[in-house]
Design a protein around this ligand. Sequence first.
Ligand code: 6PG
Length: 254
Amino acid sequence: MTEPGGPPDVRVFSDLAALSEATAAWVADELRGSAAARGRASFVLSGGSTPKRLYELLATRFKDRIPWRQVHAFWSDERYVPHDDRLSNYRMARDSLLDQVPIPHGQVHPMPTHLPAPGDAARQYEDVVTEFFSGGPPTFDVMLLGLGADGHTASVFAGSLALTSGRVAMAVTAPADPPERLTLTMPVLARGRRVGVLVSGASKAAALAASLSGRDPHLPGAVLGRTASALVWWIDREASSSADLNVRTTSQRP
Ligand code: 6PG
C-alpha cells in the first residue's frame, strides 16, 4: 500500500486473468475488513471494460467471501446514457456482478442519468453520497478505478475542473465517446481508504509510466498517484512494458 510520499505500490501479473483474480481476492478481503470494522462497506465500482472479469469473479469464486448485505455499491463515474444502454457502466456492473449477488437493492446507488440536465444529476448524486457519509467528507472503503490511454481516471480528464474541485461529483464533457459524463472528483477519489487502479494492456503502458514517473504532474493518473494515500496499482505485464516504468514493482505469480 502506498504511503504518502513513499514509493508507489505496483503489483504486476502475467495477464488480465491473473490480475483480475488477485484483485478480486484483495477486494473481498478489504470489503470484509470494512464491514467488520464499521458495520458496512462502501464499494466504488469503476467503469470501462477492464474490471469485467474481476466483477465476474466477485460474483462467483469470491461471492461467499463477501458480506453483501453490508455492502453499498457506488460508481466512480458514468456515461450520461440510459442504464440499459450498452455503454452504461451501471449496466456492465449489474450484469456481471450485482444481479448475481445478494446485495440489497436499496444499497446499490447508481449515478442517475435520466434527468434532462447532467448537472442536476451530479448534484443529486452528491446528495446521495453526502447523506451516506452523514455530511462528513466522503471516504469510500474500497474504490476500483481504471486508467485511460490518455492518463484519465474515472471521468477526470487532463485539464478538467474535476481535478481540483471541492465538489463531490460533477457533470463533465469528456474528450471521449460518449462525451457527457458524471464523475466523482479527484479529491474524493484520492481519499478512498483503499484504492485499486486496474491497468491492463500495452495501450496503457505509456500512460501508466507517465502517471508513476510524475513526468506530467497534471495527468489525472499522476495526480491520483501523488495524492492518494492508500493506492495499489494492479497491472499486467503488457501494461508494465513501457521502458521508462522505472519504479520498483512486485511481480506476483498468478
Ligand atoms: C469509463 C471509466 C474510465 C475507464 C478507463 C479505462 O467510464 O470509461 O470509468 O475511467 O476506467 O477509460 O477503460 P477500459 O477499462 O475500458 O480500458
